[in-house]
Design a protein around this ligand. Structure first.
Ligand code: S3P
Length: 447
């Protein structure tokens, strides 16, 4: 799995209407943070709805290696007995974060201000991704990183014995970098300040407060200023993880593509730093209604009712990019079935995700008969009445590329294959069963 195992070819055939209820798994970002904050707390953290995808399981294993007691009690029900801020023990073995950029970057932050060393590695995808964006701000606290050229993994991080607090303006809009700095700031004296020009997902700030830290957020001309008061005593909490909007986007977009579909996706987070995809789909003309909006465990959630809709291509507002950064691949697939062209700008960050997602989507769509144009930071997809399909697309160890093309295959003339669907297990292990339950014909290609 995720680059360590054998490839799992998968195929999607044109399908009849998708109908029913799609209970997507827990939010990946919140799941990682629940385990890490639980490990940095005193006392017990009880988690329900945890995503049991490989990325999160790798973080659970890492937290054990740093000394926390992490136990699974039932599906999605986990507990963490933490070691407290500054209480991480030095791991005895290498920390393998698999496919997960979020896992490795947040954990590096969480250990960077403790006087221990740890060596991190990942799969072939993760070991290509830039880590300098995290190790540079961590060096300001006094941590030292020794990695491969370009700051790539495998990498050894030596935590600062006498950390200094840091004031850091994010050079890229990244919640992972923001979170790494805030987690490092926990064990530094005084105030650690992060300034972000564009708001990125704010789960770390929200959850840090929930665990008892003092976090102030202020809006100034330069952006959002987040101030964390260091060395708090975090206390274990009950965390109810809402369903992941990034996973919900797959059945939602599939239902919009497949004629006469009508599905309900309950309990999906509507956090404003995550809901850009749903606003964009509505701008394209989607019959998508947020029913029963409510608050669950400190996050706004709603039930998404979505019915097949004739969509029109649009220019996606670039200022929305951070709030839907993981949804561009499935949006690009959906855009191939819309009337007219969809222009996605300001998406340079997609080039450093699990794969270069602009290139992966552009090449994959072309092989399915779709016209696209790309620049360094944009992708334009020309919609067509019927996508020819009939291609095998390379998923490039990227779960979202695999799922995006399998969704497109449900609405294309000829089946679409992906060469390897195994990375889907990193974020959405029940994807195949869930989509099958709605009526989608998605199978392992050998079946
Ligand atoms: C995440 C932040 C985003 C996102 C990733 C999850 C997080 O990455 O793409 O899937 O949980 O903080 P960046 O921080 O690189 O934008």
């Amino acid at each position: 799995m995720s680059g360590h195992g054998t490839a799992l070819p998968m195929i999607a055939h044109r399908s009849g209407p998708l109908r029913g209820v799609a209970e997507v798994p827990g939010d990946k970002s919140i799941s990682h943070r629940a385990l890490i904050l639980g490990a940095l707390s005193v006392g017990e953290t009880r988690i329900t709805g945890l995503l049991e995808g490989q990325d999160v399981l790798d973080t659970a294993r890492a937290m054990r290696a740093f000394g926390a007691e992490v136990t699974q009690h039932g599906p999605g029900a986990w507990s963490v007995h933490g070691v407290g801020v500054g209480g991480f023990a030095e791991p005895e073995t290498v920390i393998d974060c698999g496919n997960s950029g979020t896992g490795v970057r947040l954990i590096m932050g969480a250990m960077a201000t403790t006087d221990i060393a740890a060596t991190f590695t990942g799969d072939a995808s993760l070991n290509k991704r830039p880590m300098g964006r995290v190790t540079e701000p961590l060096a300001l606290f006094g941590a030292q990183a020794f990695g491969r050229r370009g700051g790539r993994l495998p990498l050894t991080l030596i935590g600062a014995a006498q950390p200094l607090p840091v004031r850091y303006a994010l050079p890229v809009p990244s919640a992972q970098v923001k979170s790494a700095v805030l987690l490092a700031g926990l064990n530094a004296p005084g105030q650690t300040v992060v300034i972000e020009q564009e708001p990125t997902r704010d789960h770390t700030e929200r959850m840090l407060r929930g665990f008892g830290a003092e976090v102030a957020v202020e809006q100034i001309a330069e952006g959002r200023v987040i101030t964390l008061t260091g060395q708090p005593e975090l206390r274990g909490q009950d965390v109810a993880v809402p369903r992941d909007p990034s996973s919900a986007a797959f059945p939602v977009c599939a239902a919009l593509m497949v004629q006469d579909s009508d599905i309900l996706v309950p309990g999906v987070s509507q956090n404003p730093t995550r809901n850009g995809i749903f606003l964009t789909l509505q701008d394209m003309g989607a019959d998508l209604v947020m029913e029963n909006p409510r608050d669950e465990g400190g996050e706004p959630v709603a039930d998404l009712r979505v019915r097949f809709s004739a969509l029109k291509g649009i220019e996606v507002p670039p200022e929305r990019a951070a709030s839907m950064i993981d949804e561009y691949p499935v949006l690009a697939a959906l855009a191939a079935t819309a009337d007219g062209k969809t222009v996605m700008r300001g998406i340079k960050e997609l080039r450093v995700k699990e794969s270069d997602r602009i290139d992966a989507m552009a090449r994959g769509l072309e092989s399915c008969g779709v016209r696209v144009e790309e620049t360094e930071d944009s992708l334009t997809v020309h919609g067509m009445a019927e996508v020819p399909g009939g291609a095998t697309v390379a998923s490039r160890l990227d779960h979202r590329i695999a799922m995006s093309f399998l969704c497109l295959g449900l609405a294309s003339r000829n089946p679409i294959r992906v060469d390897d669907g195994s990375p889907i297990a990193t974020s959405f292990p029940v994807f195949e069963a869930l989509m099958g339950g709605l009526g989608a014909q998605i199978a392992r290609a050998g079946d």
